[in-house]
Design a protein around this ligand. Structure first.
Ligand code: PHE
Length: 344
């Protein structure tokens, strides 16, 4: 009778289809049972001799299909075991203490910049960020810097090869022009950002650095307002007893112009060295916005006055952290960066 042999094939088929495994050992058991050298399908192949002649070829096809099924099922079980293993690490001890995650620290330039922004935000200054690739007008012309001014010299300014009118901004004062031409007074902004100058890189100067610009324009803004604002800033930044002084200076875009020093002290040899024996340290340029600049930006100089200031960040970071070479601030050497705490 052929029928019972066909029944054996069907039950074997059901068995293979419903096979499930949890472990690599069970997978191996499956392999040995259905695909190994002494697998249980082998004797079924031999049974073909007992099949009626008319059914022989159907039996042959079914037993071959069964073998194919066993192979497919083996592949399937193997890959599902693999993906489970990938998702579930073995020997995971959920009670073990966690591995500490190494926290990064903020860059000293970011720390100082953040602190400066903080102080001015509390005074009501809004942060204005602008492009680093500027046009000549916003960087120089609007800022009352005449065509033949040495600051425009190729020696100092990086111009773009593709467009002689475009340059890498040499100061954040370009943001003053951007803001004054697009908004109406009262204006009270600070502009932090990167600036570029074509200077030889050394321990004391770099071709890229950061500045924070400030601009305050309204009716009746006076030099006294500027002085008080900057004194407040210096005391927030360098301590409540900090003394400042303003020295007359020159910038094309401010009139009168000044440089602001903070009193650093003259106690140690280092104090002597960094203050060049004066005890005072220059930290920024400032002044009353030149009426020409207001005019260039369509602000009525009869009605409005204002003050502006601009300070370098690297220099203040170097002072604060005792960093003696500005280049370290741009190398991103992890051994250097790790030394700065994340809060000032
Ligand atoms: N832009 C000047 C500089 O780069 C600084 C400055 C800003 C001076 C605003 C006065 C007013 O040195």
């Amino acid at each position: 009778m052929s029928q019972e042999h066909f029944d054996t094939l069907s039950s074997m088929k059901a068995e293979i289809e419903s096979a499930s495994i949890q472990t690599a050992e069970e997978l191996e058991t499956f392999r040995i049972r259905y695909l190994g050298t002494k697998n249980i399908l082998k004797p079924l192949f031999a049974k073909i001799r007992e099949i009626d002649a008319a059914d022989k070829s159907r039996y042959g096809q079914e037993i071959n299909a069964l073998r194919g099924l066993a192979e497919e099922q083996y592949q399937r079980l193997q890959s599902s075991l693999q993906s489970e293993e990938d998702n579930q690490p073995h020997g995971l001890d959920l009670t073990a203490p966690g591995r500490p995650t190494r926290l990064g620290s903020r860059h000293p330039v970011s720390l100082v910049m953040g602190r400066i922004i903080d102080v001015f935000e509390r005074l009501g200054f809004a942060v204005a960020e602008e492009r680093e690739i500027e046009d000549d007008w916003h960087n120089f012309t609007a800022m009352n810097t005449p065509e033949d001014h040495p600051a425009r010299d190729m020696q100092d300014t990086f111009y773009l090869k593709a467009d002689a009118n475009r340059l890498l901004r040499t100061h954040t004062s370009s943001v003053q022009a951007r803001v004054m031409t697009t908004s109406k007074p009262p204006i009270r902004i600070i502009a932090p950002g990167r600036v570029y100058r074509n200077e030889t890189v050394s321990a004391r100067s770099h071709c890229q650095f950061h500045q924070v610009e400030g601009l305050y324009i309204d009716e009746g803004v006076s030099f006294a307002d500027m002085k008080q604002t900057l004194l407040h800033f210096a005391r927030e930044m360098y301590g409540p007893e900090t003394k400042i002084r303003l020295r007359p200076s020159y910038f094309p875009f401010t009139e009168p112009s000044a440089e602001m020093d903070v009193y650093w002290g003259l106690e140690s040899e280092t104090d002597y060295r960094i203050t060049k024996g004066t005890g005072w340290l220059e930290i920024m340029g400032c002044g009353m916005v030149d009426p020409e600049v207001l005019k260039n930006c369509n602000i009525d100089p009869e009605k409005y006055t204002g003050f502006a200031f601009g300070m370098g960040i690297e220099r203040q970071a170097m002072l604060k952290y005792g960093i003696s070479d500005i280049r370290w601030l741009f190398e991103n050497d992890i051994r250097f960066l790790q030394q700065f705490e994340s809060a000032m």
